[in-house]
Design a protein around this ligand. Structure first.
Ligand code: B12
Length: 108
């Protein structure tokens, strides 16, 4: 669902979005990051279960040596400040408009 809302808002604000889909393995994020070299990696989850996958993804980026080259933001219903700290994200939001503002602040 976030894809429909947040993706279109980010695109309207001028960002090129590469949508990797749902249930994306951590390695796929790493491979795509090396290929596209984006400024920002956004992950979304609806279930608290997704938080563990987000943590694993950030750990995989760190192991691959690419964590430092990208800002990480997480969003969706289960996301909180505590979850963001646990995952090692740079920012979190449960609001698409706020997400766009964070993106804009990062690429200024
Ligand atoms: C619709 C819904 C469903 C639908 C999903 C339909 C679909 N294909 O998307 C159906 C009926 C299938 C469903 C099923 C289930 N659901 Co449900 N569902 C919801 C519900 C009511 C709304 C979720 C939603 O789509 N919100 C609308 C979107 C647009 O909001 P959002 O995701 O928060 O995204 C916004 C922002 O967060 C932000 N954002 C989101 N991601 C990102 C990312 C970035 C980078 C940025 C910047 C911003 C951003 O932008 C968006 C727009 O503002 C929630 C309750 C709720 N209030 O959230 C429960 C909820 C998510 N479901 C829940 C549960 C338990 C389930 C089931 C496990 C139930 C079951 N026993 O089968 C299954 C699991 C299915 C699965 N495998 O995922 C629980 C999760 C509890 C938990 N702690 O994990 C919730 C919270 C309900 C509850 N209170 O218990 N569900």
């Amino acid at each position: 669902m976030w894809v429909i809302y947040f993706r279109s808002m980010a695109e309207a604000a001028g960002f090129a979005v590469h949508d990797l889909g749902i249930d994306v393995p951590a390695q796929t994020f790493t491979d795509k990051l090396k290929e596209v070299k984006p400024d920002i990696l956004g992950m979304s989850g609806v279930l608290t279960l997704a938080l563990d996958s987000m943590k694993e993804t950030v750990e995989t980026l760190t192991q691959a040596g690419v964590r430092g080259s990208v800002k990480v933001i997480i969003g969706g219903n289960p996301v909180t400040r505590e979850a963001s700290l646990m995952i090692g994200a740079d920012a979190f939001t449960t609001n698409a408009a706020e997400g766009v503002k964070i993106y804009q602040g990062w690429v200024k």
